[in-house]
Design a protein around this ligand. Structure first.
Ligand SMILES: NC(=O)c1ccc[n+]([C@@H]2O[C@H](COP(=O)([O-])OP(=O)(O)OC[C@H]3O[C@@H](n4cnc5c(N)ncnc54)[C@H](O)[C@@H]3O)[C@@H](O)[C@H]2O)c1
Length: 435
């Protein structure tokens, strides 16, 4: 398979060209002939014009790549090695929504031939590939796994907004349905991942490894969030405590904050789903989700409390929320927990303006019904001054702000709520609160 791919006698297809699939497809397209397949027509036009719809990759990332972009599933027939990188979200009950994964699997199953490989990159609970995807591939294609076609799983570990840990520089876990196909999958990934690959003993282990990377992070952040709630009652600043504790060699400096996005805040629910099937009630994972999901409301309530204790007029209060993406320096607004802050403030009938240098205002309005404040030249010029500013997502554009910048649009008695504690040493005169 590898020799046929490298000599371009065979093609690879990447199904799902989002945050994960597109960089992967472009990386493979340096060496192989790649078919990039996605159902989102609107994005295909952009991709064909060398524009990454997520805004993460520059135009030159498309230079010299052997890739075509299509939404015609018939074109998948030309490939022999399929990589599936479609979303694995949760539904409104926080249960796994496998519809995109199964519909992508169906598109591949319809064109599967003897000798083909299908490798999944989407994050799933342990057992999902073998229990849900393989039966569908077999049923629709009439072929048998291992005997006629091979299946693998290689979880993605990219971190949007982080140029230091790229696909090439981060060791990749690979797994497959038998040892022969594991060698093939490993060799193909080794050709693009300079940091090398780790061969997991089987697909279930590789799926579990990905889920625990994010679940571990979720639980650790939840611990810091809980400590932050506790320290707040004692008037102790959590970031000061973490800085002191981090001087010990084995203390891991996790920090409190909002946990949004479609990975850390979602993947633990996949694990909880599997646990429920096994009649096990995971206490730590569930508690972590509970704490992290409550932080937006908590931050809003603390803001209201401080406004009242600073003798500011709650009923006519105006609050500016800075940053609405799910984390710093990304464009992605999906599952942003900043919205929980905004909605809680609105429930007190507080007037809220939201601003973000990265987020697409149409997308924010479509998804959350909130109009972003337009700031020509990045200048914030309210008709009257705000009573509080919540620095919810400290994008790099905000990091150079001084106290005078905050004073420009803040009432003299106003409050700076600094969710991530990044302006702690900058704010001296204004009232200040952080997690
Ligand atoms: N974004 C990350 O940081 C990250 C990191 C590691 C793992 N993951 C996992 O990788 C997977 C993909 O995530 P993402 O962030 O790239 O998602 P995304 O939403 O950015 O992109 C997914 C793409 O798949 C397309 N798609 C959906 N259904 C399809 C179908 N049936 N056929 C073809 N294309 C289809 C969508 O149109 C979209 O362009 C998820 O399981 C996610 O949990 C994401």
């Amino acid at each position: 398979m590898y020799n046929k791919l490298i000599s371009k006698k065979m093609k690879m297809a990447v199904v799902g060209l989002g945050y994960v699939g597109l960089p992967l497809a472009l990386e493979f397209a340096k060496n192989f002939s790649v078919i990039g397949y996605d159902i989102k027509q609107r994005n295909l036009k952009l991709l064909q014009n060398r524009v990454d719809p997520s805004g993460e990759l520059s135009e030159d990332s498309f230079d010299g790549r052997d890739i075509i972009f299509t939404s015609n599933s018939e074109e998948l027939r030309d490939a022999s090695f399929y990589i599936i990188a479609v979303p694995t979200p949760i539904d409104k009950y926080n249960s796994p929504d496998l519809r995109p994964l199964l519909s992508a699997t169906l598109a591949v199953a319809n064109v599967l031939k003897p000798g083909d490989y299908v490798v999944y990159e989407s994050t799933v609970y342990p057992g999902c590939t073998n229990e849900e995807c393989v039966p569908l591939l077999e049923r629709v294609s009439g072929l048998r796994v291992r005997r006629d076609f091979k299946v693998g799983y290689s979880p993605e570990r990219i971190n949007p907004g982080d140029s230091e840990h790229s696909l090439r520089d981060t060791m990749k876990i690979v797994s497959a349905c038998d040892s022969e196909s594991l060698d093939v999958v490993a060799k193909i990934y080794e050709s693009v991942v300079t940091a090398g690959v780790h061969r997991a003993p089987d697909i279930n282990v590789a799926e579990a490894a990905k889920i625990i990377e994010n679940t571990q992070r979720d639980v650790n952040i939840a611990l810091m969030n809980e400590l932050s709630i506790l320290f707040n009652r004692m008037n102790i600043n959590t970031f000061d405590v973490i800085k002191a504790a981090a001087t010990k060699w084995n203390f891991i400096p996790y920090t409190p904050g909002l946990v949004g996005g479609h990975c850390i805040g979602v993947d633990p629910y996949y694990m909880m789903h599997k646990a429920a099937e096994l009649k096990y009630h995971p206490q730590m994972i569930t508690s972590g989700r509970f704490v992290n999901d409550s932080m937006g409301g908590y931050i809003a309530k603390q803001t209201v409390k401080k406004l009242l204790s600073n003798d500011l007029p709650l009923l006519r209060a105006k609050v500016l929320v800075m940053g609405v993406t799910y984390k710093e320096d990304v464009y992605d607004i999906r599952n942003s927990k900043v919205i929980d802050i905004v909605r809680e403030l609105l429930s007190y009938r507080i007037a809220v303006d939201v601003v973000d240098p990265n987020a697409d205002s149409n997308a924010v309005e479509e998804e959350y019904g909130i109009k972003l404040m337009q700031t020509p030249d990045g200048q914030i010029k309210p008709a009257s001054k705000y009573h509080a500013v919540i620095m919810a997502v400290p994008h790099r554009e905000y990091l150079s702000m001084t106290e005078s910048d905050f004073k420009e649009f803040l009432d003299p008695k106003g409050l700076v709520v600094d969710v991530r504690g990044v302006f702690k040493d900058v704010i001296k005169d204004l009232r200040y609160w952080s997690l």
